[in-house]
Every structure is written in C-alpha cells, then in structure tokens.
Write a protein that binds this ligand. Structure first.
Ligand code: GLC
Length: 476
C-alpha cells in the first residue's frame, strides 16, 4: 500500500464545529474531499473556541498538553482530537485566549492567533504528526507559515515541510503596529522585512513572502488581486510573487446541500422532479407574510450586509425593480445602515418584500429552495458559495462578473446556467434582472434553465484534483 501524503490545514474556523462564513465551509468540505481521494492523511488544526457546541465538544478526546512560547510568555496549550469522515481534527485549548464569545474582534486578536499559529508548530511531537505540507488559510493562520520559515525550518522534522497559503479574501490582512514585532509576535528584527508593509506589520503579506505557493479561491480572483482596484493595497506584493500564485475554484458539499434530502426544506425535490419546489415556494411566502402567488418570481439575497456585496446597487434600483411583478426576500446581518434600509423597505412594500435581519442557516436553505432568482451583485467576490448553493437548489443565480462569480455562473445567452452583468452599475443589473423576470414567464425555457443550474458540477471533484496537482508539485 502506498503511504498517504500528510497534509495539515490550519484555519480559524471549520464547519460544522465553528462557522462565521464561507471559510468554514471550505475547510470542512475540502478537507473531507481530499481525504476521500485516499491519497492524503488530512488533519485540521483549530482553536478550541468557547462557541463550539457542547454536544460536539463532548466527543473530543484529550490528547495531552504542552507549553507554547508567545514572544516572552509561555502559555498552556491543551490538545483535543476528533476524527470525522476520514479527517483528523485537533483543537488547541487555552481558556485565556479562547474562552470568550465570538471568534474575532477582540482587542488582542494578534496575540490570540500568534499563540494559535505557534501552538500548531509546537504540538507536532505531542500528536506525533509531522505534515509534509502545511496549508494555511487567511491571515489568522499566516503566522504558522511565517514562524516555520523564521524559527522552525532548521529544526529536526520541520526542515522539509512545504507551505501553501490560501487567500479567501484579500481585504482582511491582519495589520498591526510595528511595535508588536518582537514583544508580541516574537519575530526577530532580522526578519522585519518579511512582515513589514507600508509602515506596519501585515501578516498576509508575510505569509505570501514566506510560503512556497499561494492560492486564491477562484482563477478570476487570482487575476484580479494583481490589480489595485481589488487588492486592498497588496497588488505589488501579489505581482512580485506571481510565480507562486494560482487560483482554484471552491466547490460545495453537495451531500449536505442537496434539495432531495435536506431536512430543513418544506418539501424535497430534484432536477428530475421539480414539482415539490412549488411547495417550498408557497410555504416560504406564507411564512414570510408575502402574497401567496405561485406565478410571481421571488428574487432572493442571502448575504452579509457589507458594502462589497453590491448592496448600494440594490438600494439604488430596488424600488424601480419592485414595479415589476416580483417579490424580494433578503436574509442577513451586517452594517447598521443596510439593516435599517431593508427593514424599512419591507415596511413600505408589505406582502412584496421580506427582510430578515438574522443569520439563520435553516431559513437560508428554505429561501434557497423557495426562491426563483438569486441576486449576488458583489463589487468583488473571491469565490462566493451562495451562487452555487442557490443553483443546486434550482434558484437561478444573477451575478456580477467578478472573481468566482464569473468563474461559476455562465450567462444564459451563452448557453449557461444563470444571468450575469459586467459593470458595477445599478441599471446594468436592473436590465439583466428584467431579462430574467421576462424569461421566467416562458415556462419551458425557464424550466430548462433551472435544470441546467441544478445539474452544473459544483462538487469538489475537479478542484480537489487541482489541489492534488499543486501538492504533488511541491513534494516532487
Ligand atoms: C470568503 C470570500 C468568499 C469565499 C469564501 C470561501 O468568505 O469572501 O468569496 O467564497 O471566503 O473561500
């Protein structure tokens, strides 16, 4: 039997243990997909947050403990293990850092993730696992790649380890004041140049410099982040390291997101039998106090209410759009301005608009299944998962042509699986929305489009092969 290659994922969240966004879904589903190939021993390291549900925690097994240097401090680190669907998870425990509500947004996030990233490297002997590849995700795990290069690479067992760093969103870079270099992060002044950028410590920049390969979550975004419009200041660093960069489109867990088996839905259906989707729609309209009208298309958004999600385009033309025969449903939380805007919109258009200011995974799947058109007009979108989820639930995506949206949704006019518009312009969006509403009236064509959306391959199959190729290249 061939021995499996040892891959370690380092991330700040992973579904189903702890999730605040798309990152968690990718860590949960990609690790599983790689393990399923039979070629890899895949392990994942995460902080043991207080918010991890007790029923899951009860299943974790205590392995042991050690101490972890965080600059001049020495901190306790307990290690718990849990094996699920072929993937071994390790949770790093320190109550001072992680026994708090929420994963991020604490005054000492720099120190918390410095502990975590250093802890990852320190516990290899304890868990008796030395990976061949460490795959870090986003700035919270960037220091693992940086510490490996600056502190550990000359040590026994560490010298041959390769690193991959994946950018899920270049907007969040992990920036800290330069004074923190030695006393907080424990980085020698000699290595200052690796992490310094524009007068501060930039951990994402440091990881790009230190890793062997870096990736983003779609080929389109890999191109875009070389451009100042998309790169949030890092375009120069990306271009200089371009030889190490590649873009691999995310997939989704199609066993979990499956309208034929999803227990949250009012009725189950498949591409072959769409009739129960009508039940999902009717029940959704009832539940949200919308007029129960089977022939009125529901346009839905499920999104963080943040600027780069294209909400300014929506607010600019939504009243005009609502002059058409359509209903609008939005689910999400975020910036106060948008929370108020959409709540107020719903009160002005009763029975035509529903705004649910919440984060609710079950409701989101009821919306994915009950709606007809899914709107995602992002200004930038590294990959985006919602357009893929909505598609497999037969709710046709209407997206702006950016990043992973352009890589996953092909315009109807070109024989594709959804609708797209190119320029970041509210009336371009509205124009295409009206096209979609018109096509909805043609039942034969619409049903064919829904079928096409539902049968598009959004699994990890192709992308897992791409990651395999990348790992093989590094290990050759
Ligand atoms: C981030 C990105 C999103 C991507 C997700 C998973 O949340 O903003 O576009 O789908 O990470 O990679």
């Amino acid at each position: 039997m061939k021995t499996k290659k040892r891959i370690l994922f380092v991330a700040s969240e992973a579904a189903p243990y702890i999730a605040t966004g798309g990152l968690a879904e990718v860590i949960g589903s990609l690790s599983k997909a790689l393990a399923k190939t039979g070629k890899y021993d895949v392990r994942v390291m995460l902080p043991l947050y207080m918010d991890i549900k007790q029923d899951l925690r009860d299943k974790f097994r205590f392995i042991g403990n050690t101490t972890v240097p965080v600059a001049w401090r020495n901190q306790y680190c307990g290690v718990f293990e849990y094996i699920s669907e072929g993937v071994t998870y390790y949770f790093l425990d320190n109550e001072y850092y992680f026994k708090r509500k929420g994963c991020y947004g604490h005054f000492d996030d720099g120190e918390r993730f410095a502990f975590f990233c250093r802890g990852v490297l320190e516990i290899f002997p304890l868990v008796n696992f030395f990976p061949q590849i460490i795959h870090c995700h986003d700035w919270q795990s960037a220091l693992t790649a940086i510490y490996l290069k600056t502190i550990y690479s000359s040590q026994n067992g560490y010298s041959d380890i390769k690193t991959v760093f994946t950018i899920h969103n270049i907007e969040y870079q992990g920036k800290f004041s330069m004074d923190n270099l030695q006393w907080l992060f424990g980085i020698d002044g000699y290595h200052q140049g690796l992490v310094e950028y524009n007068g501060c410590i930039n951990l994402m920049k440091g990881a790009i410099e230190c890793c062997d390969k870096f990736t983003t979550v779609s080929p389109g975004y890999a191109q875009e982040i070389k451009d100042p419009y998309y790169a949030h200041g890092l375009d120069g660093i990306v271009r200089r390291n371009e030889h190490k960069l590649c873009g691999i489109l995310n997939g989704i867990d199609t066993e979990y997101y499956n309208p034929a088996t999803d227990k949250a839905l009012f009725a189950n259906y498949s591409a072959e039998d769409l009739t129960p989707k009508g039940v999902c729609k009717e029940q959704l309209q009832r539940m949200l106090n919308l007029q129960v009208r089977p022939d009125t298309p529901i346009v839905a958004m499920i999104t963080r209410l943040a600027d780069h999600k294209g909400l300014d385009l929506v607010t600019a033309v939504i009243d005009e759009a609502l002059d058409n025969d359509m209903q609008f449903v939005i689910l999400g939380t975020g910036e106060g301005y948008y929370e108020h805007y959409f709540a107020e919109l719903a009160s002005r258009h009763q029975q035509q608009v529903a705004a649910i200011i919440a984060f609710n995974p079950e409701l989101s799947r009821q919306i994915y299944s009950g709606a007809d058109i899914f709107l995602m007009p992002s200004k930038s979108e590294p990959c985006g998962l919602a357009q893929m989820i909505s598609s497999v639930y037969g709710t046709v995506a209407l997206v702006r042509e950016t990043g992973g949206l352009r890589d996953s949704i092909v315009p109807y006019g070109a024989g594709g699986n959804g609708f797209t518009f190119r320029n970041y312009n509210a009336h371009d969006m509205l124009y295409v929305l009206k096209e979609a509403l018109a096509l909805y009236r043609d039942r034969t064509k619409w049903t064919a489009l829904v079928h096409k959306a539902m049968t598009t391959d959004f699994t990890w199959k192709t992308s897992a092969v791409r990651y395999s190729e990348l790992y093989n290249e590094l290990l050759a």
